[in-house]
Design a protein around this ligand. Sequence first.
Ligand SMILES: Cc1cc2nc3c(=O)[nH]c(=O)nc-3n(C[C@H](O)[C@H](O)[C@H](O)COP(=O)(O)O)c2cc1C
Length: 178
Amino acid sequence: MKVLLVSGSPRRGQNSEKAVEFSRKFLEESGVTVNSFLLSSKKVDFCVACDYCKSNSGCAKKDDFLEFSDLAFSSDVILFFSPVYFGNVTGQLKALFDRARVLRKGFQLEGKLGAGIALGHSRNGGCETTLDSIHHWMLIQGMKVIGNLSHYGGTIIDDFSTDEIGRESLLGVLKQLI
Ligand SMILES: Cc1cc2nc3c(=O)[nH]c(=O)nc-3n(C[C@H](O)[C@H](O)[C@H](O)COP(=O)(O)O)c2cc1C
């Protein structure tokens, strides 16, 4: 089993990346192979609807999206960790989602498992709507969405280190992968 952990936060070492690190340790200790892709240290430009991907096998833009697509293609599971920005994913993650139009050609992610983990400041601040956006992307890619054997996935409120309820919701996702 290979799991890819993607963080959509522009901030290094903060809540999303703390949750990614916690997940990496948990999964690796259970024998799972884990790769991470942290958007805080990557360059993934916007899709500009040039339609190059419609008549070619890749994207016209040669940036870190290529690394993401290689990792995604070789993984069995993809988990997206996103801060909540105005009730939705970050712009950085949305840019990656849009660039992934090229992966729908032949449905390259079809059948892979996916889950979302939303990290926000307020309990009612939009974690679930953020998870919705992640789930929609996965469904449009032909992936199979999993929750946390309770509700919709991981929902974590600042700060990751102290939100025990949030950590349990993340563990509900991770425990299905071991
Ligand atoms: C532009 C912006 C918009 C935000 N919008 C929301 C929001 O709608 N709801 C919420 O609960 N938190 C919101 N937050 C707070 C972040 O989602 C929260 O602090 C999150 O844990 C940050 O993740 P990070 O530490 O991985 O960057 C917002 C933060 C920023 C910078």
